[in-house]
Design a protein around this ligand. Structure first.
Ligand code: FES
Ligand SMILES: [Fe+2]
Length: 324
């Protein structure tokens, strides 16, 4: 019997979007009354801040004639007003609360509202394909705002890869040697907390100009805190909150803080280091496919652990179950 292998394009599709917390904006990037279009999870969304200061993220297309609420939409009190015929939608439940030329509001006049929370200076959305309530809280970052640490510095990068592939990068010590000119594969260990959800990578970065112990804590795909310790009191933290735009594009939002003790030595160089590091990865990400079933070798243990761990974040929506 001849076995015909399925063609590449059929076996290498990118996964859906994992559930979890994703950043959609910095808090300081959204003023009271401001309305912005946002693209996340391959959907068009509208983000705005009401007069009372509350943030709302909703499906962007107006149920009336389909105008995009994020383009020319206006905040009116605690609602967003469609630019086309003036229908208003509540920030809290998405229901239409006013049609300026009609007393009767149709039952189905409503936009889907996503669960948002502001923390650590960012606006986060809880993503689940069925828009369920959050299943775990946002992590605390006690060092942000602590006087022993510097004020946060920000950098953002649009990378042409699925959010899972970017996350996988931080569980891939071998690529440090080949892509990031480390010379040697750093000694690394991956572990998972008893909750099954929080993953840690510890790496000894001995081949850097400044050797360090790297500890990456990943809370859900892409959402990570990377702590580099150079010695007592000499630490820096990079915090990445991604925005999964579509299957092939992710906006990384990095926040950097360093201990005051190394402020003068670390700040700019470290920021430049992050940017250089990302540009090393860039040509790989821009041209790779996502292997759903990679061929692993015996020493690929961290990657195997990662792939097992990441499965829990994918849920099949009711809609997909019905189609299947
Ligand atoms: S399209 Fe939005 S009010 Fe008509
Ligand atoms: Fe990398």
């Amino acid at each position: 019997m001849t076995i015909v292998e399925a063609c590449e394009s059929k076996t290498n599709t990118t996964p859906d979007f994992p559930m979890g917390w994703f950043s959609v904006e910095r808090s300081h990037g959204l003023a009271v009354g401001e309305v912005k279009p946002v693209k996340a999870f391959d959907r068009e969304l509208v983000l705005y801040r009401t007069r009372s200061g509350k943030v709302a993220l909703q499906d962007a297309y107006c149920p009336h004639l389909g105008a995009h609420l994020g383009h020319e939409g206006r905040v009116v009190g605690e609602t967003v007003r469609c630019p086309f015929h003036g229908w208003q939608f509540n920030a809290d439940d998405g229901k239409c609360s006013n049609i300026p030329y009609c007393d009767e509001i149709p039952e189905r006049a409503r936009v889907r509202t996503w669960h948002t929370e502001e923390k650590n200076g960012e606006v986060y959305v809880w993503f689940h394909p069925e828009n369920t309530a959050p299943q775990w809280p946002l992590p605390d970052l006690p060092e942000l705002g602590d006087p022993a640490w510097t004020e946060p510095r920000y950098t953002e990068h649009l990378v042409p890869a699925h959010v899972q592939d970017i996350c996988e990068n931080s569980c891939d010590p071998v690529h440090f040697a080949f892509v990031h000119s480390q010379g040697e594969i750093p000694d690394s260990k991956v572990s998972i907390d008893p909750d099954g959800r929080t993953m840690h990578l510890h790496s000894e970065m001995t081949n850097n100009d400044f050797p360090s112990h790297l500890h990456a804590t990943t809370y859900s795909p892409g959402f990570a805190m990377v702590r580099n310790s150079y010695g007592p009191g000499a630490e820096m933290i990079m915090y990445n909150s991604p925005q999964a735009i579509d299957s092939n594009n992710t906006l990384m939002r990095w926040t950097l803080i360093v201990r005051r003790e190394i402020e003068d030595a670390a700040g700019d160089d470290v920021m430049k280091g992050i940017i250089d590091g990302l540009s090393d990865d860039y040509p790989i990400w821009a041209n790779k496919v996502h292997r759903r079933r990679p061929v692993f070798c015996k020493e690929d243990k961290p990657l195997v652990t990662f792939r097992k761990w990441v499965r829990q974040f994918y849920v099949t929506s009711q809609e997909q179950r019905e189609i299947a």
